[in-house]
Design a protein around this ligand. Sequence first.
Ligand code: ATP
Length: 231
Amino acid sequence: MSPGIVGVLGGTFDPIHRGHLDVARAAHDALGLERILLMPAHVPPHRHRAPHASAYHRFAMTALAAQDAPYLVADDAELRVDGPSYTAHTLARLATTGYAPSQIVFITGVDAFAEIATWFDYPRVLDAAHFAVVTRPGHGLDLIEARLGALRPRFAPPQALRDAPAANAYETRVFLIDAPTSDVSSTSLRAALAAGGDVAALVTPPVHAHIVRHGLYRPSLSQAGRLHEES
Ligand code: ATP
């Protein structure tokens, strides 16, 4: 265990799926994290890639998914703040609650971390927390080496955190974790649901029940009605 070290997995979670839980488990197992906050992002509706489900539904599904493991906690910190969610701001807010940078691990998939040079406040954001970067089907650690080789001095095996959890409060690392995760994305899941497909194996049972009960990601009745009137 790494006592006092909190993991944060952010995402649009539209919807949250097995791949997200696999990433969290990989970071938990490799780094010995006691607690991982699942933090749905606030994405303003006018943004180009606006979420399909409301923030309320995305949070509800996140809370239901958190039942999957005792170390998972749904956290609404980003949803309570207006404007787009920037990791730099999220980490700064966590710091005001008493966490030193070396007590936070921000968890991402390789595909997301590969874009980190485009994130708000890069490269300073790397000093605000440790990062755990987990492989995703089709996205191996070689992508990080190829794109972000300049960060190599920060790379560390996950064991380093277990060995010295209370190292220098301001020394942050990038932990590279090679672990299998489910080959699923929210995009493919939404497409399957819109086509009337069965996605039960790709989400947890409570999340699946929520999606079905509320008819999420299916063409809505009002849309169907409009289409009918137009034809
Ligand atoms: P979308 O298809 O809508 O872009 P997504 O499935 O990639 O969504 P996000 O909510 O954007 O999900 O992802 C949140 C985080 O989880 C990112 O860091 C992403 O890399 C990681 N992630 C998502 N799915 C997987 C997966 N199957 N394996 C590993 N990492 C994943």
